[in-house]
Design a protein around this ligand. Sequence first.
Ligand code: NI
Length: 254
Amino acid sequence: MIFDTHAHYNDESFENDREEIFARLSQAGIGRVVNIASDLASIDECLDLAHRYPFMYCALGIHPSDSAPLSEEILEGIRKKLADPRVVAVGEIGLDYYWDTPDREIQRHWFAAQLDMAREASMPVVIHSREAAQETMQFMKEHHAEENGGVVHCYSYSLELAREFVKMGFYIGIGGVVTFKNSKKLKEVAAGIPIEHIVLETDCPYLAPVPFRGKRNSSLYLPYVAEAIAGLKGMETEEVIEITEKNAERLYRL
Ligand code: NI
C-alpha cells in the first residue's frame, strides 16, 4: 500500500474533515502516514495524532522558518519525547533561504543542534532545504548525518546533488510537484535516481498534484504521484507503490 512519508494533518485546514479523510485512506490504498512537526505547537499535536491512529506515526523537530523561539530547554523537552514509540524521526529540520527568516545564523544553529540530537538518538532526519543546497549538504556532512540517515523532503535541487544525497544513504522525497508541467528538474531527478531511494510524500495540505493543483492536498491524491513516477521510470504504478513502501519502512525503521 502507499506510504505517505510526509504529511501535516495537524494543520487547521483539516479541522472539519480530518476523520472523514482518515476513514477513506485504506480503501484508497493508503497504508501508513508519517505526520511531521514544524513549529512548537505542532509537537504535541503530532504526538497526539500518532497515538490516536494506528496507521499514523510522527516526526518531531522544528522547521527552520519556525526556529526563532527555540531554546536549549525547549530542545531538551523535544529530546525526551523522541523516546515515544510512535516517533520515528527528527524533523522537519534544515535551512530555508527562500523565506530567509529568521536570521541565517539562527537557522544554522538549530539545524546543527537538531542534527546532533537525531544522531545521539540514532534516529533518521527529515530535511527541509530551500535555496540552501550546498550549505545543507555541508552541515549534513559535518554532523555525520550519513550515520543515522533520513530523507531530503520535497526535493527541489539538481540530479547531480540528488545523487550525492543518495550516495550518503539518504532517500529523496517526491510529491505533487513531479506532476506539474513546469517541473523539468524534478522529473529528471525522479527518472535519474534509483527507485530504491525514492519515497512518496504529500506535504499536505500543500502541493497537491495535477489535476488538483492549487487545492488542499491529502494522502488520497498520492496515486497521481506514483503514476507520474512510474511514467518517468517506465514502470508499473503498482511496482512504484510497492518499492517506495519498502523504502519508507527502511527509512523510518518500521
Ligand atoms: Ni512539510
